[in-house]
Design a protein around this ligand. Structure first.
Ligand code: GLC
Length: 573
Protein backbone atom coordinates (compact mmCIF):
# COMPACT_ATOMS: atom_id res chain seq x y z
CA UNK A 1 0.00 0.00 0.00
CA UNK A 2 1.20 3.50 -0.75
CA UNK A 3 2.73 5.52 2.07
CA UNK A 4 3.65 9.15 2.47
CA UNK A 5 7.11 8.99 3.94
CA UNK A 6 7.19 12.72 4.36
CA UNK A 7 4.40 12.63 6.98
CA UNK A 8 2.49 15.50 5.47
CA UNK A 9 -0.15 15.60 8.14
CA UNK A 10 -3.10 17.81 7.34
CA UNK A 11 -3.51 19.57 4.08
CA UNK A 12 -4.71 22.87 5.37
CA UNK A 13 -3.96 25.29 2.65
CA UNK A 14 -6.82 26.08 0.34
CA UNK A 15 -5.65 26.48 -3.21
CA UNK A 16 -7.62 28.12 -5.94
CA UNK A 17 -6.75 26.69 -9.31
CA UNK A 18 -6.88 29.85 -11.45
CA UNK A 19 -4.49 31.58 -9.01
CA UNK A 20 -2.21 28.63 -9.21
CA UNK A 21 -2.37 28.51 -12.97
CA UNK A 22 -1.28 32.11 -13.16
CA UNK A 23 1.66 31.55 -10.88
CA UNK A 24 3.09 28.15 -11.69
CA UNK A 25 4.29 25.90 -14.40
CA UNK A 26 1.01 24.05 -14.58
CA UNK A 27 0.20 22.40 -17.87
CA UNK A 28 -2.45 24.73 -19.21
CA UNK A 29 -3.60 22.08 -21.64
CA UNK A 30 -4.86 20.04 -18.72
CA UNK A 31 -6.47 22.89 -16.84
CA UNK A 32 -10.17 22.51 -16.28
CA UNK A 33 -10.90 19.74 -18.75
CA UNK A 34 -13.94 17.50 -19.00
CA UNK A 35 -12.55 14.86 -16.70
CA UNK A 36 -11.62 17.17 -13.80
CA UNK A 37 -14.66 16.44 -11.76
CA UNK A 38 -16.10 13.72 -13.94
CA UNK A 39 -17.61 10.58 -12.49
CA UNK A 40 -16.65 7.45 -14.40
CA UNK A 41 -18.85 4.38 -14.28
CA UNK A 42 -16.90 1.16 -14.65
CA UNK A 43 -18.60 -1.38 -16.89
CA UNK A 44 -17.36 -4.94 -16.67
CA UNK A 45 -18.73 -5.84 -20.07
CA UNK A 46 -19.22 -9.55 -19.58
CA UNK A 47 -21.47 -8.91 -16.57
CA UNK A 48 -23.35 -5.77 -17.51
CA UNK A 49 -26.14 -6.61 -19.97
CA UNK A 50 -26.60 -9.38 -22.52
CA UNK A 51 -28.36 -8.47 -25.79
CA UNK A 52 -27.91 -11.73 -27.73
CA UNK A 53 -29.15 -13.97 -24.92
CA UNK A 54 -26.11 -16.22 -24.55
CA UNK A 55 -25.66 -15.53 -20.84
CA UNK A 56 -22.64 -13.22 -21.41
CA UNK A 57 -22.76 -9.44 -21.47
CA UNK A 58 -21.98 -7.69 -24.75
CA UNK A 59 -21.58 -4.31 -26.40
CA UNK A 60 -25.13 -4.24 -27.78
CA UNK A 61 -26.37 -4.93 -24.24
CA UNK A 62 -24.38 -1.96 -22.98
CA UNK A 63 -25.84 0.24 -25.74
CA UNK A 64 -29.35 -0.77 -24.70
CA UNK A 65 -28.64 0.29 -21.11
CA UNK A 66 -26.85 3.58 -21.83
CA UNK A 67 -29.93 5.59 -20.77
CA UNK A 68 -29.68 3.94 -17.35
CA UNK A 69 -26.05 5.08 -17.07
CA UNK A 70 -26.95 8.56 -18.21
CA UNK A 71 -29.81 8.77 -15.69
CA UNK A 72 -27.45 7.71 -12.93
CA UNK A 73 -25.73 11.05 -13.49
CA UNK A 74 -22.21 10.01 -14.47
CA UNK A 75 -20.07 11.61 -17.16
CA UNK A 76 -18.17 8.71 -18.69
CA UNK A 77 -18.01 4.95 -18.96
CA UNK A 78 -14.78 3.03 -18.45
CA UNK A 79 -15.24 -0.28 -20.21
CA UNK A 80 -13.27 -3.42 -19.38
CA UNK A 81 -11.29 -4.91 -22.31
CA UNK A 82 -13.36 -5.94 -25.32
CA UNK A 83 -10.38 -7.09 -27.42
CA UNK A 84 -10.10 -10.60 -28.88
CA UNK A 85 -9.19 -12.79 -25.92
CA UNK A 86 -9.15 -16.42 -24.78
CA UNK A 87 -10.66 -15.01 -21.51
CA UNK A 88 -8.19 -16.65 -19.20
CA UNK A 89 -8.17 -13.44 -17.14
CA UNK A 90 -11.50 -11.79 -17.86
CA UNK A 91 -10.31 -10.28 -21.16
CA UNK A 92 -7.07 -8.90 -19.68
CA UNK A 93 -5.28 -11.51 -21.78
CA UNK A 94 -5.40 -10.04 -25.26
CA UNK A 95 -4.87 -12.00 -28.44
CA UNK A 96 -5.58 -9.15 -30.84
CA UNK A 97 -5.70 -5.52 -29.69
CA UNK A 98 -7.14 -4.26 -32.98
CA UNK A 99 -10.44 -6.10 -32.96
CA UNK A 100 -13.37 -7.03 -30.75
CA UNK A 101 -13.94 -10.46 -29.30
CA UNK A 102 -16.98 -12.13 -30.93
CA UNK A 103 -18.31 -12.74 -27.42
CA UNK A 104 -18.79 -8.98 -27.11
CA UNK A 105 -19.73 -8.09 -30.69
CA UNK A 106 -18.09 -6.40 -33.65
CA UNK A 107 -16.29 -3.21 -34.57
CA UNK A 108 -19.62 -1.96 -35.86
CA UNK A 109 -21.12 -2.47 -32.39
CA UNK A 110 -18.23 -0.47 -30.97
CA UNK A 111 -18.97 2.40 -33.34
CA UNK A 112 -22.65 2.30 -32.37
CA UNK A 113 -21.67 2.39 -28.73
CA UNK A 114 -19.31 5.33 -29.13
CA UNK A 115 -21.80 7.31 -31.21
CA UNK A 116 -24.74 6.56 -28.92
CA UNK A 117 -22.69 7.47 -25.83
CA UNK A 118 -21.59 10.75 -27.34
CA UNK A 119 -25.15 11.59 -28.30
CA UNK A 120 -26.10 11.17 -24.65
CA UNK A 121 -23.14 13.29 -23.54
CA UNK A 122 -21.21 10.33 -22.12
CA UNK A 123 -17.49 9.88 -22.81
CA UNK A 124 -16.00 6.48 -23.51
CA UNK A 125 -12.82 5.36 -21.75
CA UNK A 126 -11.35 2.04 -22.83
CA UNK A 127 -9.07 -0.26 -20.87
CA UNK A 128 -5.61 -0.64 -22.38
CA UNK A 129 -3.72 -3.76 -21.33
CA UNK A 130 -0.05 -3.12 -22.00
CA UNK A 131 2.02 -5.03 -19.48
CA UNK A 132 1.32 -8.30 -21.23
CA UNK A 133 -0.66 -9.97 -23.98
CA UNK A 134 -2.17 -13.42 -24.26
CA UNK A 135 0.10 -16.41 -24.78
CA UNK A 136 -2.09 -16.96 -27.87
CA UNK A 137 -1.13 -13.58 -29.34
CA UNK A 138 0.65 -14.15 -32.69
CA UNK A 139 3.72 -12.37 -31.32
CA UNK A 140 4.13 -14.81 -28.47
CA UNK A 141 3.44 -17.76 -30.72
CA UNK A 142 6.13 -16.64 -33.13
CA UNK A 143 8.53 -15.98 -30.23
CA UNK A 144 7.99 -19.56 -29.06
CA UNK A 145 8.68 -20.83 -32.57
CA UNK A 146 11.84 -18.72 -32.92
CA UNK A 147 15.28 -19.59 -31.57
CA UNK A 148 16.85 -18.21 -28.41
CA UNK A 149 18.25 -14.73 -28.98
CA UNK A 150 15.93 -14.05 -31.94
CA UNK A 151 14.26 -10.67 -32.43
CA UNK A 152 10.87 -12.29 -31.73
CA UNK A 153 12.02 -13.38 -28.26
CA UNK A 154 13.09 -9.80 -27.58
CA UNK A 155 9.42 -8.74 -27.52
CA UNK A 156 9.09 -10.60 -24.21
CA UNK A 157 11.31 -11.60 -21.26
CA UNK A 158 12.86 -14.94 -22.16
CA UNK A 159 15.71 -16.16 -19.93
CA UNK A 160 17.70 -19.31 -19.39
CA UNK A 161 16.90 -21.24 -16.23
CA UNK A 162 19.34 -21.75 -13.39
CA UNK A 163 20.87 -24.96 -12.04
CA UNK A 164 21.43 -28.23 -13.80
CA UNK A 165 19.83 -28.31 -17.23
CA UNK A 166 18.37 -24.85 -16.55
CA UNK A 167 15.64 -26.59 -14.59
CA UNK A 168 15.22 -23.85 -11.98
CA UNK A 169 13.49 -20.55 -12.82
CA UNK A 170 15.85 -17.64 -13.59
CA UNK A 171 15.14 -16.11 -10.16
CA UNK A 172 12.66 -16.33 -7.25
CA UNK A 173 10.15 -13.74 -8.45
CA UNK A 174 6.48 -14.43 -7.73
CA UNK A 175 3.38 -13.88 -9.81
CA UNK A 176 0.81 -11.51 -8.36
CA UNK A 177 -1.80 -14.19 -9.01
CA UNK A 178 0.15 -16.81 -7.04
CA UNK A 179 2.98 -19.20 -7.83
CA UNK A 180 6.21 -18.46 -9.70
CA UNK A 181 6.48 -15.61 -12.17
CA UNK A 182 8.39 -17.75 -14.69
CA UNK A 183 7.02 -20.43 -16.98
CA UNK A 184 9.17 -22.91 -18.81
CA UNK A 185 8.81 -23.32 -22.57
CA UNK A 186 9.25 -26.33 -24.75
CA UNK A 187 11.54 -26.25 -27.75
CA UNK A 188 10.03 -27.29 -31.12
CA UNK A 189 11.82 -30.67 -30.71
CA UNK A 190 10.04 -31.27 -27.41
CA UNK A 191 13.04 -30.62 -25.11
CA UNK A 192 12.66 -28.13 -22.22
CA UNK A 193 13.53 -24.64 -23.32
CA UNK A 194 13.93 -21.14 -21.87
CA UNK A 195 11.64 -19.55 -19.30
CA UNK A 196 9.42 -16.50 -19.82
CA UNK A 197 8.28 -13.94 -17.31
CA UNK A 198 4.60 -13.61 -16.39
CA UNK A 199 3.75 -11.19 -13.62
CA UNK A 200 0.13 -12.38 -13.72
CA UNK A 201 -1.04 -15.69 -15.20
CA UNK A 202 1.19 -17.94 -17.33
CA UNK A 203 -1.25 -17.18 -20.17
CA UNK A 204 -0.17 -13.51 -19.91
CA UNK A 205 3.52 -13.19 -20.94
CA UNK A 206 4.97 -9.77 -20.06
CA UNK A 207 5.91 -7.57 -22.98
CA UNK A 208 9.35 -5.99 -23.12
CA UNK A 209 8.76 -2.25 -23.09
CA UNK A 210 12.34 -1.49 -24.03
CA UNK A 211 11.68 -2.96 -27.46
CA UNK A 212 10.94 -0.42 -30.20
CA UNK A 213 8.60 -2.75 -32.09
CA UNK A 214 6.44 -3.19 -28.99
CA UNK A 215 6.36 0.58 -28.56
CA UNK A 216 5.39 1.14 -32.19
CA UNK A 217 2.64 -1.48 -32.06
CA UNK A 218 1.04 0.24 -29.08
CA UNK A 219 1.18 3.65 -30.81
CA UNK A 220 -0.85 2.00 -33.54
CA UNK A 221 -3.30 0.52 -30.99
CA UNK A 222 -3.88 3.90 -29.35
CA UNK A 223 -4.50 5.59 -32.70
CA UNK A 224 -6.76 2.77 -33.89
CA UNK A 225 -9.20 3.33 -31.02
CA UNK A 226 -8.78 7.12 -30.78
CA UNK A 227 -9.64 7.31 -34.49
CA UNK A 228 -12.93 5.57 -33.70
CA UNK A 229 -13.79 8.20 -31.10
CA UNK A 230 -12.65 6.66 -27.82
CA UNK A 231 -12.13 9.55 -25.37
CA UNK A 232 -9.42 8.05 -23.26
CA UNK A 233 -7.76 5.01 -21.79
CA UNK A 234 -7.57 3.50 -18.37
CA UNK A 235 -4.06 2.10 -18.47
CA UNK A 236 -4.11 -1.32 -16.90
CA UNK A 237 -1.34 -2.15 -14.40
CA UNK A 238 0.77 0.48 -16.11
CA UNK A 239 3.42 0.85 -13.41
CA UNK A 240 4.38 -2.76 -14.14
CA UNK A 241 5.64 -1.99 -17.63
CA UNK A 242 8.75 -0.40 -16.15
CA UNK A 243 11.08 -3.17 -15.01
CA UNK A 244 14.65 -3.19 -13.73
CA UNK A 245 16.35 -5.99 -15.48
CA UNK A 246 19.03 -6.90 -12.99
CA UNK A 247 16.99 -10.01 -12.15
CA UNK A 248 18.17 -10.15 -8.55
CA UNK A 249 16.44 -12.56 -6.18
CA UNK A 250 13.93 -11.03 -3.82
CA UNK A 251 14.19 -13.58 -1.05
CA UNK A 252 10.79 -15.18 -1.68
CA UNK A 253 10.54 -18.74 -0.40
CA UNK A 254 9.67 -21.39 -3.03
CA UNK A 255 6.45 -22.25 -1.15
CA UNK A 256 5.52 -18.57 -0.78
CA UNK A 257 2.42 -19.00 -2.88
CA UNK A 258 0.38 -15.83 -2.88
CA UNK A 259 1.98 -12.42 -2.51
CA UNK A 260 -0.49 -9.71 -3.56
CA UNK A 261 1.64 -7.31 -1.50
CA UNK A 262 4.36 -7.41 -4.13
CA UNK A 263 2.50 -4.76 -6.11
CA UNK A 264 4.98 -1.93 -5.69
CA UNK A 265 8.25 -2.52 -3.90
CA UNK A 266 9.90 -4.95 -6.31
CA UNK A 267 12.21 -4.61 -9.32
CA UNK A 268 9.48 -5.57 -11.76
CA UNK A 269 7.40 -2.50 -10.88
CA UNK A 270 7.82 1.20 -11.40
CA UNK A 271 11.27 1.33 -12.98
CA UNK A 272 12.05 4.73 -14.44
CA UNK A 273 11.65 3.60 -18.05
CA UNK A 274 7.86 3.61 -17.66
CA UNK A 275 7.88 7.40 -17.89
CA UNK A 276 9.36 7.47 -21.39
CA UNK A 277 6.49 5.26 -22.51
CA UNK A 278 3.88 7.46 -20.86
CA UNK A 279 5.34 10.56 -22.52
CA UNK A 280 5.16 8.81 -25.84
CA UNK A 281 1.49 7.89 -25.32
CA UNK A 282 0.67 11.41 -24.23
CA UNK A 283 2.24 12.71 -27.45
CA UNK A 284 -0.03 10.34 -29.41
CA UNK A 285 -3.05 11.54 -27.40
CA UNK A 286 -2.15 15.14 -28.23
CA UNK A 287 -2.37 14.43 -31.95
CA UNK A 288 -6.16 14.73 -31.58
CA UNK A 289 -8.13 17.97 -31.51
CA UNK A 290 -10.33 16.89 -28.58
CA UNK A 291 -8.70 16.12 -25.29
CA UNK A 292 -7.99 12.44 -24.75
CA UNK A 293 -7.81 11.32 -21.13
CA UNK A 294 -5.08 8.99 -19.87
CA UNK A 295 -5.71 7.64 -16.39
CA UNK A 296 -3.33 5.01 -15.08
CA UNK A 297 -3.74 2.14 -12.69
CA UNK A 298 -0.59 3.06 -10.84
CA UNK A 299 0.66 1.02 -7.92
CA UNK A 300 3.83 2.41 -6.38
CA UNK A 301 5.39 2.53 -2.97
CA UNK A 302 5.27 6.20 -2.06
CA UNK A 303 3.93 9.61 -2.91
CA UNK A 304 7.05 10.85 -4.64
CA UNK A 305 6.95 7.91 -7.01
CA UNK A 306 3.23 8.46 -7.62
CA UNK A 307 3.71 12.14 -8.35
CA UNK A 308 6.11 11.29 -11.19
CA UNK A 309 3.23 9.73 -13.15
CA UNK A 310 1.32 12.97 -12.91
CA UNK A 311 3.97 15.11 -14.60
CA UNK A 312 2.62 17.52 -17.17
CA UNK A 313 3.58 15.39 -20.16
CA UNK A 314 2.50 12.03 -18.73
CA UNK A 315 -0.85 11.04 -17.22
CA UNK A 316 -3.67 13.46 -16.48
CA UNK A 317 -4.79 11.35 -13.53
CA UNK A 318 -4.17 8.13 -11.66
CA UNK A 319 -6.71 5.68 -10.43
CA UNK A 320 -5.78 4.53 -6.99
CA UNK A 321 -7.19 1.45 -5.36
CA UNK A 322 -5.54 2.22 -2.06
CA UNK A 323 -8.81 3.49 -0.61
CA UNK A 324 -10.34 0.05 -1.31
CA UNK A 325 -7.66 -1.61 0.79
CA UNK A 326 -8.25 0.14 4.09
CA UNK A 327 -10.67 -0.80 6.84
CA UNK A 328 -13.48 1.42 8.10
CA UNK A 329 -11.44 3.78 10.25
CA UNK A 330 -11.33 7.57 10.31
CA UNK A 331 -7.56 7.88 10.64
CA UNK A 332 -6.92 5.35 7.89
CA UNK A 333 -9.18 7.22 5.48
CA UNK A 334 -7.81 10.62 6.37
CA UNK A 335 -4.21 9.48 6.09
CA UNK A 336 -4.75 7.76 2.75
CA UNK A 337 -6.65 10.70 1.27
CA UNK A 338 -3.92 13.10 2.39
CA UNK A 339 -1.25 10.86 0.99
CA UNK A 340 -2.83 10.52 -2.44
CA UNK A 341 -3.86 14.13 -2.64
CA UNK A 342 -0.40 15.35 -1.77
CA UNK A 343 0.91 13.68 -4.95
CA UNK A 344 -1.67 15.68 -6.86
CA UNK A 345 -0.80 18.92 -5.10
CA UNK A 346 2.81 18.39 -5.97
CA UNK A 347 2.03 18.07 -9.66
CA UNK A 348 -1.02 20.33 -9.74
CA UNK A 349 -2.91 17.33 -10.89
CA UNK A 350 -6.04 15.28 -10.19
CA UNK A 351 -6.77 11.94 -8.57
CA UNK A 352 -9.50 9.56 -9.72
CA UNK A 353 -10.98 8.32 -6.45
CA UNK A 354 -12.66 4.98 -6.08
CA UNK A 355 -13.82 2.48 -3.48
CA UNK A 356 -14.56 -0.35 -5.88
CA UNK A 357 -13.59 -2.15 -9.07
CA UNK A 358 -13.80 -5.49 -10.81
CA UNK A 359 -10.74 -6.53 -8.75
CA UNK A 360 -12.01 -5.59 -5.29
CA UNK A 361 -14.51 -7.10 -2.90
CA UNK A 362 -17.83 -5.26 -2.92
CA UNK A 363 -17.91 -2.32 -0.50
CA UNK A 364 -21.01 -3.42 1.47
CA UNK A 365 -19.27 -6.74 2.14
CA UNK A 366 -15.94 -5.16 3.03
CA UNK A 367 -17.52 -2.78 5.50
CA UNK A 368 -19.63 -5.53 7.07
CA UNK A 369 -16.44 -7.17 8.41
CA UNK A 370 -14.94 -6.36 11.79
CA UNK A 371 -11.43 -6.21 10.35
CA UNK A 372 -9.93 -6.53 6.86
CA UNK A 373 -12.08 -8.36 4.27
CA UNK A 374 -9.90 -11.46 4.10
CA UNK A 375 -10.61 -15.17 4.22
CA UNK A 376 -14.23 -16.22 4.76
CA UNK A 377 -16.41 -13.11 4.74
CA UNK A 378 -19.13 -12.55 7.35
CA UNK A 379 -22.65 -11.87 6.03
CA UNK A 380 -23.62 -8.42 4.87
CA UNK A 381 -24.98 -6.21 7.63
CA UNK A 382 -26.98 -3.00 7.77
CA UNK A 383 -23.82 -1.41 9.16
CA UNK A 384 -21.94 -2.45 6.03
CA UNK A 385 -24.63 -0.95 3.83
CA UNK A 386 -24.61 2.35 5.71
CA UNK A 387 -20.83 2.54 5.69
CA UNK A 388 -20.70 1.90 1.94
CA UNK A 389 -23.03 4.79 1.23
CA UNK A 390 -21.09 6.97 3.65
CA UNK A 391 -17.80 6.01 2.03
CA UNK A 392 -19.15 7.07 -1.35
CA UNK A 393 -20.31 10.42 0.04
CA UNK A 394 -16.73 10.97 1.17
CA UNK A 395 -15.10 9.79 -2.06
CA UNK A 396 -17.47 11.86 -4.15
CA UNK A 397 -16.62 14.97 -2.14
CA UNK A 398 -12.94 14.85 -2.97
CA UNK A 399 -11.63 17.15 -5.69
CA UNK A 400 -10.83 15.36 -8.92
CA UNK A 401 -12.73 12.64 -10.67
CA UNK A 402 -14.30 9.54 -9.18
CA UNK A 403 -15.12 6.08 -10.37
CA UNK A 404 -18.00 3.78 -9.45
CA UNK A 405 -17.94 0.10 -10.36
CA UNK A 406 -21.19 -1.26 -11.83
CA UNK A 407 -23.59 -2.56 -9.20
CA UNK A 408 -22.17 -0.42 -6.39
CA UNK A 409 -25.06 1.96 -7.03
CA UNK A 410 -27.37 -0.98 -6.20
CA UNK A 411 -25.49 -1.94 -3.03
CA UNK A 412 -24.70 -5.40 -4.46
CA UNK A 413 -22.69 -7.61 -2.19
CA UNK A 414 -19.78 -9.96 -2.80
CA UNK A 415 -21.04 -13.38 -3.90
CA UNK A 416 -19.12 -15.96 -1.91
CA UNK A 417 -20.97 -19.14 -2.82
CA UNK A 418 -20.39 -19.41 -6.57
CA UNK A 419 -20.24 -23.15 -7.40
CA UNK A 420 -16.68 -24.27 -7.90
CA UNK A 421 -17.21 -25.37 -11.49
CA UNK A 422 -18.24 -21.82 -12.40
CA UNK A 423 -15.25 -20.04 -10.85
CA UNK A 424 -12.95 -18.48 -13.44
CA UNK A 425 -10.41 -16.24 -11.77
CA UNK A 426 -6.84 -17.51 -12.26
CA UNK A 427 -6.07 -16.40 -8.70
CA UNK A 428 -8.30 -19.22 -7.42
CA UNK A 429 -6.40 -21.83 -9.39
CA UNK A 430 -2.89 -20.42 -8.96
CA UNK A 431 -3.24 -20.25 -5.18
CA UNK A 432 -4.19 -23.90 -4.92
CA UNK A 433 -7.82 -22.78 -4.32
CA UNK A 434 -6.83 -20.96 -1.13
CA UNK A 435 -8.01 -17.59 -2.44
CA UNK A 436 -11.51 -17.34 -3.84
CA UNK A 437 -10.42 -14.64 -6.29
CA UNK A 438 -12.45 -11.87 -7.88
CA UNK A 439 -15.45 -13.64 -9.44
CA UNK A 440 -17.63 -12.64 -6.47
CA UNK A 441 -17.74 -8.97 -7.49
CA UNK A 442 -18.25 -9.78 -11.18
CA UNK A 443 -21.62 -11.51 -10.98
CA UNK A 444 -23.98 -10.15 -13.69
CA UNK A 445 -26.27 -7.28 -12.75
CA UNK A 446 -29.91 -7.82 -11.74
CA UNK A 447 -32.04 -5.54 -13.89
CA UNK A 448 -35.55 -6.89 -13.33
CA UNK A 449 -37.51 -8.28 -10.39
CA UNK A 450 -37.88 -11.67 -12.06
CA UNK A 451 -36.71 -13.85 -14.94
CA UNK A 452 -34.02 -16.52 -15.29
CA UNK A 453 -31.19 -14.02 -14.89
CA UNK A 454 -33.19 -11.07 -13.52
CA UNK A 455 -33.20 -9.32 -16.88
CA UNK A 456 -29.45 -9.66 -17.52
CA UNK A 457 -30.21 -11.97 -20.47
CA UNK A 458 -33.72 -12.38 -21.81
CA UNK A 459 -34.01 -16.12 -21.12
CA UNK A 460 -30.51 -17.55 -20.64
CA UNK A 461 -28.84 -18.14 -17.29
CA UNK A 462 -26.07 -15.70 -16.47
CA UNK A 463 -22.47 -16.95 -16.81
CA UNK A 464 -22.03 -16.54 -13.06
CA UNK A 465 -25.16 -17.36 -11.04
CA UNK A 466 -26.85 -14.48 -9.24
CA UNK A 467 -27.86 -14.88 -5.59
CA UNK A 468 -31.57 -15.33 -4.91
CA UNK A 469 -31.76 -12.14 -2.88
CA UNK A 470 -30.79 -10.00 -5.86
CA UNK A 471 -34.40 -9.70 -7.06
CA UNK A 472 -34.88 -7.39 -4.07
CA UNK A 473 -31.98 -5.16 -5.08
CA UNK A 474 -32.59 -5.18 -8.83
CA UNK A 475 -32.71 -1.94 -10.78
CA UNK A 476 -36.48 -2.28 -11.27
CA UNK A 477 -37.07 -2.84 -7.54
CA UNK A 478 -34.90 0.09 -6.54
CA UNK A 479 -36.42 2.49 -9.02
CA UNK A 480 -39.77 1.92 -7.27
CA UNK A 481 -38.32 2.75 -3.86
CA UNK A 482 -37.44 6.35 -3.05
CA UNK A 483 -35.18 5.28 -0.17
CA UNK A 484 -33.15 2.80 -2.27
CA UNK A 485 -29.40 2.88 -2.75
CA UNK A 486 -29.92 3.53 -6.46
CA UNK A 487 -32.04 6.60 -5.72
CA UNK A 488 -29.41 7.70 -3.19
CA UNK A 489 -26.67 7.55 -5.85
CA UNK A 490 -28.80 9.42 -8.33
CA UNK A 491 -29.45 12.25 -5.86
CA UNK A 492 -25.81 12.44 -4.82
CA UNK A 493 -24.52 12.53 -8.39
CA UNK A 494 -27.07 15.15 -9.42
CA UNK A 495 -26.01 17.33 -6.51
CA UNK A 496 -22.32 16.75 -7.12
CA UNK A 497 -22.54 18.09 -10.63
CA UNK A 498 -23.95 21.37 -9.36
CA UNK A 499 -22.39 22.13 -5.98
CA UNK A 500 -18.68 21.83 -6.71
CA UNK A 501 -16.96 24.30 -8.95
CA UNK A 502 -14.65 22.94 -11.58
CA UNK A 503 -11.79 25.00 -10.26
CA UNK A 504 -12.15 24.06 -6.60
CA UNK A 505 -9.11 21.99 -6.29
CA UNK A 506 -8.39 21.81 -2.59
CA UNK A 507 -10.09 20.84 0.61
CA UNK A 508 -9.45 21.17 4.31
CA UNK A 509 -10.19 18.96 7.29
CA UNK A 510 -12.17 20.91 9.88
CA UNK A 511 -11.43 20.19 13.55
CA UNK A 512 -13.68 17.37 14.74
CA UNK A 513 -14.07 14.86 17.59
CA UNK A 514 -12.07 11.63 17.42
CA UNK A 515 -13.52 9.28 14.82
CA UNK A 516 -15.42 11.94 12.89
CA UNK A 517 -14.09 13.30 9.61
CA UNK A 518 -15.25 16.71 8.47
CA UNK A 519 -14.09 17.62 5.02
CA UNK A 520 -14.67 21.16 3.92
CA UNK A 521 -14.86 22.43 0.36
CA UNK A 522 -15.41 26.14 0.16
CA UNK A 523 -17.00 28.36 2.81
CA UNK A 524 -20.45 26.75 2.70
CA UNK A 525 -19.98 23.04 2.16
CA UNK A 526 -18.86 20.22 4.45
CA UNK A 527 -19.01 16.44 4.29
CA UNK A 528 -19.24 14.78 7.71
CA UNK A 529 -18.54 11.08 8.11
CA UNK A 530 -19.16 9.49 11.49
CA UNK A 531 -16.70 6.62 12.01
CA UNK A 532 -17.00 6.98 15.79
CA UNK A 533 -19.18 5.09 18.25
CA UNK A 534 -21.31 8.14 19.16
CA UNK A 535 -23.91 10.13 17.22
CA UNK A 536 -22.52 13.43 15.95
CA UNK A 537 -24.40 16.65 16.50
CA UNK A 538 -24.47 19.23 13.68
CA UNK A 539 -24.67 22.93 14.50
CA UNK A 540 -28.00 24.74 13.92
CA UNK A 541 -26.44 26.90 11.23
CA UNK A 542 -26.08 23.96 8.82
CA UNK A 543 -28.57 21.84 6.92
CA UNK A 544 -28.17 18.41 5.31
CA UNK A 545 -28.33 18.32 1.52
CA UNK A 546 -28.17 14.55 1.40
CA UNK A 547 -27.33 11.82 3.91
CA UNK A 548 -26.33 8.17 3.73
CA UNK A 549 -29.52 7.16 5.59
CA UNK A 550 -32.48 9.32 6.53
CA UNK A 551 -31.40 11.38 9.56
CA UNK A 552 -33.23 10.25 12.71
CA UNK A 553 -33.00 13.79 13.96
CA UNK A 554 -32.44 16.75 11.68
CA UNK A 555 -29.25 17.74 13.50
CA UNK A 556 -27.71 14.35 14.25
CA UNK A 557 -25.51 12.10 12.10
CA UNK A 558 -25.66 8.57 13.44
CA UNK A 559 -22.77 6.17 13.84
CA UNK A 560 -21.53 4.82 10.45
CA UNK A 561 -23.42 7.53 8.59
CA UNK A 562 -22.46 10.60 6.65
CA UNK A 563 -24.03 13.74 5.23
CA UNK A 564 -23.31 16.63 2.93
CA UNK A 565 -24.02 19.85 4.81
CA UNK A 566 -24.54 23.37 3.62
CA UNK A 567 -24.53 26.55 5.68
CA UNK A 568 -28.14 27.61 6.17
CA UNK A 569 -29.01 30.68 4.24
CA UNK A 570 -30.58 33.37 6.39
CA UNK A 571 -34.18 34.32 5.60
CA UNK A 572 -33.08 37.73 4.31
CA UNK A 573 -30.71 36.20 1.69
C1 GLC B 1 -5.29 -5.18 -13.71
C2 GLC B 1 -6.75 -5.52 -13.93
C3 GLC B 1 -6.99 -6.92 -13.47
C4 GLC B 1 -6.12 -7.86 -14.29
C5 GLC B 1 -4.66 -7.46 -14.16
C6 GLC B 1 -3.83 -8.17 -15.17
O1 GLC B 1 -4.97 -5.10 -12.37
O2 GLC B 1 -7.55 -4.59 -13.26
O3 GLC B 1 -8.33 -7.30 -13.61
O4 GLC B 1 -6.29 -9.17 -13.83
O5 GLC B 1 -4.48 -6.08 -14.40
O6 GLC B 1 -4.11 -7.67 -16.45
Amino acid sequence: MIVDEREHGQILESIHLPTLLASSDVDTETSLRWWHKAVLYEVFLRSFADANDDGEGDIAGLVSRLPYIKDLGVDAVWISPWYVSPMRDGGYDVKNFLDVDPLFGTLEDVQNLIDASHELGLRVVLDLVSNHCSSQHPWFQSALASPEGSKEREWFYFKDGRGEGGNEPPNDWKSIFGGPAWTRTQNPDGTPGQWYFNLFDSSQPDLNWKNEEVLKHFDEILRFWFDRGVDGFRLDAVSAIGKDDDYRDMGFAPDDLYRPDIWGPVPFFDADGVHDVLRRWRRVAREYPTEKFLVGEVVVRDVDRLARYLRRDELQSTLSFDLCKIVWDANAFRQMINTLQSACFERRSWMTWTLSSHDEKRTVSRYSQDGPAEGVLADVTQTGRERARSGYLLALTLPGSACIFQGEELGLWEVTDIPEDKLQDPIYFRTGKQELGRDGCRVPLPWEKEGTSLGFSSSHEAWLPQPRGWADVSVATQLDDTSSTLRFFRSVLALRSTIFNDDEWAFTWDPSPTGVLVLRRGPDFRCVVNFSGEPFQIGPDEEALVSSSPLTHELVIDVNNAAWLRARRSATN
